[in-house]
Design a protein around this ligand. Structure first.
Ligand code: PMP
Length: 398
């Protein structure tokens, strides 16, 4: 086992909380009690919660009058955003449509599929050949009873940036009614983000992707009157989301986001990612960069090593103290190929040989070079033994 801390080259999964921010936030919120309580302990919590909310809204350049509601994370934000517009349609015979891109996170796709089972018409928009999404394809999918269009700003597996602003404009030219939701979880803190400019009605973000704590997120509503609360049982968050808020979570969310945004102009994560890519491509000649022709987040690489299973590579790198991920999900211990990678045009076999590497701004050039050398040596060792693996196509099964 390595003596140093593992290198987190998997920030798209979780960035990790920085010690100084954590300690400062704990200190700030040490005597905080329930922010809905009228006593001093509660009011101290309320003040911190509101300051954090305002800071987050400013940092994402939310439109004037927008309301940010704290949630338990982006999974809840997405479920609420997808479910809310349809609450009055379920169990009626009134027609309703939802449109999503074909590469949404499961926290968008699965609620949309459930709506579909309940009678809502679900349309998925696929990328064109080459992987790009055309805004006109979204506009053409709009039916008169379209209630919601949900498109992510950046994909978590590939890092692909989708033309959300143009999609919003195209949809608006077709429908005055449809609400536009954007899952901006992966774009937040990695590229400049202005909710005002995007034109979305609802935006989901998550704390732990920017250095905050897991279990804290926000759903930002441009016009809260067009939203029906999904979580019931309390008057918190202006009655838009029941449940006691995590003041500590909110404070760390706001401060870590401020730090990520402050770092953006320097593009350290992007430069370190480019350095890593350069070393890997130089020293592992058979390595391929997937989606190189697409506009992607500067910190995300999707890499394919022909002949080597991604899950094996991830495990081998983990042992050597390099944390990356494969796009594959594990359902009851059975590895599945990534649906997103296949929908982006990769074969099952290619998808199962692809890993995601995603960097933050926390490592200097020396650490990244050290990490790159380890990845090169693990990849080359695995390539030498790749002939002993089962053929990948056969291993996939049904
Ligand atoms: N959307 C995207 C694009 C994500 O990457 C994630 C996290 N993997 C989520 C939503 C869910 O976020 P959370 O972990 O805060 O529930």
């Amino acid at each position: 086992m390595p003596h140093r801390e593992p290198l987190n080259f998997d920030v798209n999964a979780t960035y990790g909380v920085e010690r100084d921010l954590l300690l400062a936030a704990c200190e700030k919120s040490s005597s905080v009690l329930n922010p809905s309580s009228v006593h001093a302990g509660g009011q101290k919590g309320r003040a911190l919660l509101e300051t954090s909310r305002e800071l987050i809204l400013t940092l994402i350049d939310a439109p004037p009058g927008a309301r940010g509601i704290f949630t338990s994370g982006a999974t809840e934000s997405n479920n609420s955003a997808i479910g809310s517009p349809f609450l009055t349609y379920i169990n009626t015979s009134r027609p309703a449509q939802i449109i999503i891109s074909a590469i949404e996170h499961p926290s968008v796709e699965e609620p949309a599929e459930r709506l579909c089972r309940q009678g809502v018409f679900l349309t998925r928009v696929f990328p064109r050949a080459g992987g790009k999404f055309a805004p006109s394809d979204f506009a053409e999918a709009v039916l008169p009873h379209c209630k919601l269009v949900s498109v992510m700003l950046a994909n978590n597996e590939t890092g692909q940036i989708l033309p959300v602003k143009e999609i919003c404009e195209a949809i608006r030219s077709r429908s005055g009614d449809a609400l536009l939701h954007c899952d901006a979880v992966q774009a937040l803190g990695k590229i400049p983000l202005s909710m005002k400019e995007l034109g979305a009605d609802m935006l989901s973000i998550s704390a732990h992707k920017v250095g905050g704590l897991p279990g804290c997120g926000m759903l930002v509503l441009k016009d809260e009157h067009r939203f029906s609360p999904f979580m019931l049982g309390g008057s918190q968050e202006s009655r838009q989301r029941a449940g006691t808020e995590s003041v500590l979570g909110a404070v760390i969310f706001a401060e870590s986001l401020a730090r990520r945004i402050e770092e953006l102009p320097e593009n350290h994560a992007g430069r370190m990612t480019a350095l890593l890519q350069e070393i890997l491509l130089r020293d592992v000649p058979s390595l391929k960069v997937n989606f190189e022709n697409l506009e992607c987040l500067p910190n995300t690489l999707n890499l394919q090593l022909p002949g080597v299973r991604a899950d094996d590579l991830v495990a081998a790198l983990d042992i050597r103290g390099i944390l990356v991920s494969s796009g594959s999900a594990c359902a009851s211990g059975k590895p599945l190929g990534s649906k997103v990678l296949e929908r982006m045009g990769l074969s099952k076999s290619e998808a199962r040989q692809s890993i995601r590497v995603s960097l933050g701004a926390q490592y200097d050039e020396e650490s990244v070079k050290e990490g790159a050398e380890i990845i090169v040596s693990v990849m080359n060792e695995m390539l030498q033994h790749s002939s002993t693996f089962e053929p990948l196509e056969e291993a996939v099964g049904v």
